[in-house]
Design a protein around this ligand. Structure first.
Ligand code: GDP
Length: 488
C-alpha cells in the first residue's frame, strides 16, 4: 500500500522478476490479482492491493484478508496523503506492517525524513525504539529487496502466523468474474486448510463443486494450501469479492444459502451499517463501545491538526475519542469506506463531501458532520460522549424511621405508625426494612401521612404514617432506613 507513484507496481514487478517462476511457455497467463513468490524456500503471497476491488470491500467488512502490509514510501517525496490513509487502514485492520522506503537510488532520497514523518503518525521505526521495521530499497536497482522479503518472513515468524493444512479450506474471495468460455471464475485466497478440486465451496449466497483450479500462472492445480491464491471454477453464481469462502457439505451449504437469502430479503429495506452519533449512544449504552472513532478532513493542515489534537483530548471516565485519520481535502469515498470499516464518524471542517462520497455515506449510514468553527465540533463530540455515559447512581441514606404501631386498613394494607429518628423521610424515597439489623425488605415509601393529611416530607422528631409499596409484613420495632439514589 502507499501513495500513487511511490513505486508499488515497480516493487511488485521487481519481486516478480527475481522470485516468480514463470508459467510454461504457451500457457495462458491468468492475472488473478495475487501471486506467490519463493524466498529461501518459503512462500510469500502478494495481493495486488492498488485499487484492488476486494480490498475496499474487505476493509468495509473489517475482514482480515492479509496477514501483513508493506507500506511503500518514496524516499524523496516522503509521506503523502494516501500514505497516511494507508497507515490508517493498516492500523484499523490491526495487521503488522513493514515499511519499504523506496527510490533510494535518487540523489534527493532522505530516509531519515521519512522515518521522522512516520513517527509523527505513530509509526515508530525499530531503530528509533519502536517496533516497525523500515527497509531502504530501490525498485529500480533492486537494492534492499531481498532484505525486505526477509523482513516480511521475520515479522511472520514473530507474529507466529500459522495455519493448519489438514483442515477443510476457509478463505476469502478476492476477485470474481464471469468468463465467457468457462463460466464463473473466482480467485479464492486460502487462509486455513487445503482446498481441493471436487470440494463443495460456499461463499455468501453462491456455492458449487470445484471443477478445476488454476494457480496465479494459469497452471492447473489439484489443491491449494494456506496462503495460496487459486482461481476456482465451479461456483453457481458470482461470489462477492471480500466475502469469506468455506468448504462445507453440499446439503449444509444449501441450507445456509436459503437462510442467508431469507435474511437478505428482510434486511433489504434498512441496509444501513454505518454509524451515527445517535447509534453510538445506543451502542455504548450496551457497553459495547468505549472509543468514538473520528475521521477529520479539513481545508488546511493547521485546522486538521488542531481539530485532531482538540478532539483527542475529549474524554470522560468511560469513553475516549480517537481520531483514526486526519487529512487535508474534501471527504472522499475512501474516507467513507474507512469510516464504515471502523465505525467512525466523519468530521469535515470547511470541506464538503464529494458527490460520490456523499451518496456512499448516505447509502451506508455513515455520518458526516460539517463544521466551520472548531468549538462547535468539540461541543457536539463532548455532548455525544457525555450522553453516552451509562448513568451512575450513588446511594444516600436520608433518615431512619422507627415503627411504633401498626394500623391494618383492609382496602389499603398495613400502615406503619412511625417516628422519624433522624434525618427525614420523603414520599417516593427508597426504603429498607431492618429487623434486628437484617434487611427484610427493600422497597419504597408509597404514601406518607402527617395525621390525616398526605405529606411530602417529614423531618426528624415527628410522627407519621407510612405505607410501603408491596410490603405489609411490617412489625413494631422495625426500622425503616430511608434512602435516595442520586445520579452522579
Ligand atoms: P505506483 O503508483 O505506486 O504503483 O508507482 P509505480 O511503480 O508506477 O512507480 C512510479 C514511478 O516511479 C515510475 O516512473 C517508476 O519508474 C518510478 N520508480 C519506482 N520505483 C523507483 C525507484 O526505486 N527508483 C527510481 N528512481 N524510480 C522509481
Amino acid at each position: 500500500m502507499g501513495h500513487v507513484d511511490h513505486g508499488k507496481t515497480s516493487l511488485l514487478d521487481a519481486i516478480r522478476k527475481t522470485n516468480v517462476t514463470l508459467g510454461e511457455a504457451g500457457g495462458i497467463t491468468q492475472h488473478i490479482g495475487a501471486y506467490s513468490v519463493d524466498v529461501n524456500g518459503r512462500k510469500i503471497t502478494f495481493i495486488d492491493t492498488p485499487g484492488h476491488e476486494a480490498f475496499t470491500s474487505m476493509r468495509a467488512r473489517g475482514a482480515k484478508v492479509t496477514d501483513m502490509a508493506i507500506l511503500v514510501v518514496a524516499a524523496d517525496d516522503g509521506l503523502m496523503p494516501q500514505t497516511i490513509e494507508a497507515i490508517s487502514h493498516i492500523k484499523a485492520a490491526g495487521i503488522p506492517m513493514v515499511v519499504a522506503i523506496n527510490k533510494m537510488d535518487r540523489p534527493e532520497a532522505n530516509p531519515e525524513r521519512v522515518k521522522q514523518q512516520l513517527t509523527e503518525h505513530d509509526v515508530l521505526p525499530e531503530e528509533w525504539g519502536g517496533s516497525t521495521i523500515c527497509v531502504p530499497i530501490s525498485a529500480k536497482t533492486g537494492l534492499g529487496i531481498d532484505r525486505l522479503l526477509e523482513m516480511v518472513l521475520l515479522v511472520a515468524d514473530m507474529e507466529e502466523l500459522t495455519a493448519d493444512p489438514t483442515q477443510p479450506a476457509a478463505g476469502y474471495v478476492i476477485e470474481s468474474k464471469i468468463d465467457k468460455g468457462r463460466g464463473v471464475m473466482a480467485t479464492v485466497l486460502v487462509r486455513n486448510g487445503t482446498l481441493h478440486v471436487g470440494d463443495y465451496i460456499l461463499s455468501g449466497i453462491s456455492s458449487g463443486r470445484i471443477r478445476a483450479m488454476m494457480d496465479y500462472n494459469g497452471k492447473s492445480i489439484k489443491e491449494a494450501g494456506p496462503s495460496t491464491p487459486a482461481s476456482v471454477l465451479g461456483f453457481s453464481d458470482v461470489p462477492v469479492a471480500g466475502d469469506k469462502a468455506y468448504v462445507v457439505e453440499e446439503k449444509l451449504a444449501k441450507d445456509i444459502i436459503y437462510e442467508r437469502k431469507t435474511k437478505l430479503q428482510e434486511e433489504k429495506s434498512n441496509a444501513n451499517n454505518g454509524i451515527t452519533l445517535e447509534d453510538f449512544l445506543k451502542k455504548s449504552a450496551d457497553h459495547e463501545m468505549k472509543v468514538l472513532n473520528i475521521i477529520v478532513k479539513a481545508d488546511v493542515n493547521g485546522s486538521s491538526e488542531a481539530l485532531k489534537q482538540t478532539l483527542e483530548k475529549i474524554k470522560n471516565d468511560e469513553v475516549e475519542v480517537k481520531v483514526i485519520h486526519a487529512a487535508v481535502g474534501g471527504i472522499t469515498e475512501g474516507d467513507v469506506t474507512l469510516a464504515q470499516a471502523s465505525d467512525a464518524v466523519i468530521i469535515g471542517f470547511n470541506v464538503r463531501p464529494e458527490a460520490k462520497a456523499k451518496t456512499l455515506a448516505e447509502h451506508n449510514g455513515v455520518e458526516i458532520k460539517n463544521y466551520s468553527v472548531i468549538y462547535d465540533a468539540v461541543d457536539d463530540v463532548t455532548a455525544a460522549i457525555n450522553g453516552m455515559l451509562t448513568p451512575k447512581f450513588e446511594e444516600e441514606i436520608i433518615g431512619h424511621v422507627e415503627i411504633r404501631h401498626l394500623f391494618k386498613i383492609s382496602s389499603v394494607g398495613t400502615i406503619a405508625g412511625s417516628y422519624v429518628q433522624d434525618g427525614r423521610v420523603e414520599r417516593g424515597a427508597k426504603a429498607r426494612v431492618l429487623r434486628d439489623n437484617i434487611v427484610v425488605a427493600d422497597t419504597e415509601i408509597e404514601t406518607l401521612q402527617s395525621g390525616k393529611d398526605q405529606a411530602k416530607e417529614i423531618k426528624a422528631g415527628f410522627e407519621c404514617g407510612i405505607k410501603l409499596r408491596g410490603f405489609n409484613d411490617i412489625k413494631v420495632d422495625d426500622i425503616i432506613e430511608v434512602y435516595v439514589m442520586n445520579r452522579i
